[in-house]
Design a protein around this ligand. Structure first.
Ligand code: ATP
Ligand code: MG
Length: 568
């Protein structure tokens, strides 16, 4: 491509709302243009990157026997009612009516559509397993679309769905898909980690996320210092604590504790480790048709993990409550303890089951109990894992320590089981001629998010640094002075040679200053730029490597071979 003909509108101005490097550079380098909140146009450079990612996905999917399909973007709301997800998905579903008044939604994911396509078409175990996927635009009316391609409302996803006659076969496919996803990310040149994920409202057993490691990632992941264990903080677990602080021995008693509303105040007041205090987090728990205040109790040294709390209460969402709302049901903020279960539903962290020597609120202003033994309510209270793991906690699989790192969720694979096949009555006849719902897996990968993830992991202060597999063009030939006939001749010759060799090459033939063109090349992030400049009088050109910033002089007659060698 000749740069004089290319549509690459680079600019100095970053979008006013852009904070992440990928958002800033993809916009400034002319890859994407924003249309409205969370809606982006892909300009030619972005389109090339997306196609490369899609090609790699297609190749790896073909290798594992998955077949590509394409489902309608506009999906009948009836299907969403059939699965029961129309409520759960809430406002993220963009709904509209056609001219006949039929209700539709723009597909945010396609489980229902895929099950609908397969049901009554695959009717025997003999035709299983089956793995179908598509690469397609999705729409989610995200509450806070942000960070450019990272969290759009319209975005491209690879979504795959597998159908099986038994769980062993689903397990086999799940492992094969995990391996394929790892291969895709490795080929893309990304540093990533596969982590255990929350299975959320859909239920199901196995759920893993593929996280590209980057400081800007929205997800926190807990990783073990010793073994392979990694988990999204929403799902991370830990072994029982090793070094437990010395217990404050005291008889059960009520103490006047004025102005000790926080855990720190309390620990200071009694000179105890926060491990022995009980923290209450009051939340309004929102269900499909109603909501209620629920009290979540964790140890003072822990924090409530909200996703775990949502799962423990089977809620759609949990939101904050005010002190007034608590006062209305007779609770005294700062002094709430788990011993009075009449006023609101309790959920107590499993680590507190049968815990002794505790200090907790006495459900009375300015009073706390000491010497509390929660064994007294172990039969009647509801216990669940609702605490967030802390850095330094012990790995659930070995004796290593957990530490936190940030990740970008680029893929999510999930053992669905029969949730959708049962709801949509999608069945096959098993070996004994008995009707069974399909056992399913689902495998998503964020294609447009991957474009941003590459840049989050590979950039510097000057712009993008594309990996070899994702670069829109591998080589940029820079003619420094377009009025110099010899420079032009050498540039044109190399351009033709590289094109003939099948290299994706850009020829910067613009009549602009060298410095300007070089900045532009840095911003776009071509892996190699061949600079044809003043050195040509000595028979030399330079090869500039974007990643290392190295500039190497090469004889003009050897440059084609040298470039080919670098690319191989
Ligand atoms: P997130 O937790 O980031 O909101 P999700 O868990 O809702 O994502 P999935 O339903 O698992 O997303 O979708 C599969 C993949 O699609 C994700 O792993 C992610 O890479 C991508 N994806 C999801 N939402 C968006 C979005 N709003 N913009 C871009 N990519 C997205
Ligand atoms: Mg997900």
């Amino acid at each position: 491509m000749r740069r004089t003909k290319a549509f690459i509108p680079t600019t100095k101005e970053a979008p006013s709302d852009a904070t992440l490097p990928s958002h800033i550079f993809l916009a400034r380098a002319g890859f994407i243009s924003q249309v409205a909140a969370g809606l982006y146009n892909y300009m030619p450079l972005a389109k090339r990157v997306i196609k490369k990612i899609e090609n790699i996905i297609n190749e790896e999917m073909t290798k594992v026997g998955a077949q590509e399909v394409e489902l309608s973007f506009v999906t009948p709301a009836d299907l969403w009612a059939e699965s029961g997800r129309i409520e759960k998905f809430g406002k993220e579903l963009l709904r509209f009516k056609d001219r006949k008044g039929n209700l539709f939604v723009l597909g945010p994911t396609h489980e229902e559509m895929m099950v609908d396509m397969v049901r009554n078409r695959i009717t025997s175990y003999k035709n299983l397993p089956l793995n179908l996927y598509q690469i397609k635009t999705k729409f989610r009316d995200e509450a806070r679309p942000r960070f450019g391609l990272m969290r759009g409302r319209e975005f491209i996803m690879k979504d795959g769905y597998s159908f099986h006659a038994n769980t062993q076969d689903l397990d086999r496919e799940f492992d094969a898909m995990e391996a394929a996803y790892k291969k895709i990310l490795t080929r893309l040149g990304l540093d990533f980690r596969v982590v255990e994920a929350d299975s959320g409202a859909i239920g199901g057993s196995g759920s893993k996320e593929l996280m590209v490691l980057a400081d800007s990632g929205e997800d926190t992941i807990a990783v073990c210092s010793k073994c392979e264990y990694g988990a999204n903080i929403e799902a991370a677990s830990r072994s029982a604590r090793g070094a437990i602080p010395e217990a404050p021995e005291a008889e059960f008693n009520k103490f006047l504790t004025p102005d000790t509303k926080t855990i720190d105040d309390l620990a200071e007041f009694f000179k105890v480790d926060p491990y022995y205090t009980v923290k209450c987090v009051a939340k309004r728990v929102v269900y499909e048709d109603e909501s209620e205040i629920v009290l979540f109790f964790v140890r003072g040294c822990d924090n409530l993990q909200e996703v775990k709390a949502i799962n423990a209460t089977d809620a759609l969402d949990i939101v904050d409550v005010t002190e007034e709302e608590l006062a209305e049901i007779g609770l005294v903020p700062g002094f709430i303890g788990p011993l009075d279960q009449d006023k609101a539903k309790h959920v107590i962290d499993s680590d507190l089951k049968d815990a002794k020597d505790l200090i907790c609120g006495a459900n009375e202003k300015d009073y706390h109990f000491v010497g509390v033994d929660l064994g007294v309510i172990s039969e009647v209270a509801y216990f669940a894992d609702i605490a967030e793991v802390n850095e330094g906690d012990i790995c659930p699989h070995c004796n290593g320590k957990l530490s936190f790192t940030k990740g970008i969720e680029v893929g999510h694979i999930f053992k669905l089981g029969t949730t959708y096949s049962e709801a949509l009555k999608a069945e096959f006849l098993d070996e004994n001629g008995k009707s069974q719902p399909f056992i399913m897996g689902t495998y998503g990968m964020g294609v447009s998010r991957l474009v941003a993830a590459v840049i989050e992991q590979h950039h510097d202060e000057n712009g993008c640094i594309w990996t070899p597999a994702t670069a829109p063009y591998m080589v940029n030939i820079m003619i420094s002075n377009i009025k110099d006939e010899e420079q032009v001749a050498v540039g044109e010759k190399l351009y033709k040679e590289l094109q003939d060799a099948g290299v994706e090459v850009m020829l910067d033939d613009r009549k602009e200053r060298f410095g300007f063109k070089m900045k532009d090349a840095e911003l776009i992030g071509f892996p190699y730029t061949v600079i044809i400049g003043k050195e040509l009088v000595n028979g030399n050109v330079q090869i500039y490597t974007r990643n290392t910033k190295a500039k190497d002089a090469v004889a003009k007659d050897a440059v084609f071979e040298k470039v080919m060698e670098l690319l191989s």
